[in-house]
Ligand binder design. Structure first.
Ligand SMILES: [Ca+2]
Ligand SMILES: [Ca+2]
Ligand SMILES: [Ca+2]
Length: 160
């Protein structure tokens, strides 16, 4: 038997995978200490992704990048985000999944800020368990259906 062809194929597949991974991990740093395309605020970096994904996909995508969906801990951070990222209804790291009406950060399990827009959170149709920012006004929050496709913001856990 000749194993050379499968071995070559295997090496090729491994090399391709390594190359793909390398491409993903090779993210240049800007002068702020954040990766290129990310913005610095306090000691964290933030990036907006104009991709329509559901809340879970956004959370997983941010996790892959070493962060979480943006966890807005105070009104100063909320106001900064509203000035930097102006698109309507952007996913943030706040959910009441599993405990209706009790809003927590998924990444820290801590209770979240409340900056709800008028009439929200309303759990419309009994199925709004994930939060967005910039609904009904800059920086205002809405509870939305977690499976809706929306843009999202990631926040780094450290200062890069
Ligand atoms: Ca934060
Ligand atoms: Ca809810
Ligand atoms: Ca709502």
């Amino acid at each position: 038997m000749n194993f050379s062809i499968p071995l070559v194929l295997l090496l090729c597949i491994l090399a391709t995978a390594a190359e793909a991974l390398g491409t993903r991990l090779t993210i240049r740093e800007s002068s702020s200490g954040c990766k290129a395309g990310w913005k610095k605020y306090q000691n964290h970096c933030y990036a907006f992704f104009d991709q329509n994904v559901n809340w879970f996909q956004g959370q997983m995508y941010c996790n892959e990048l070493g962060g979480t969906l943006v966890n807005i801990e105070n009104f100063e951070e909320n106001a900064w985000i509203a000035t930097q990222f102006t698109q309507n209804s952007i996913w943030i790291d706040a959910t009441d999944i599993g405990n209706e009406g009790v809003w927590r950060s998924f990444s820290t399990c801590q209770p979240t800020l409340n900056n709800w827009s008028a009439g929200n959170p309303n759990n419309w149709r009994g199925s709004q368990n994930c939060a967005t920012i910039n609904y009904g006004g800059p920086g205002m929050w809405d509870d939305d259906n977690c499976f809706k496709n929306r843009p999202f913001i990631c926040e780094s856990l450290g200062n890069a």
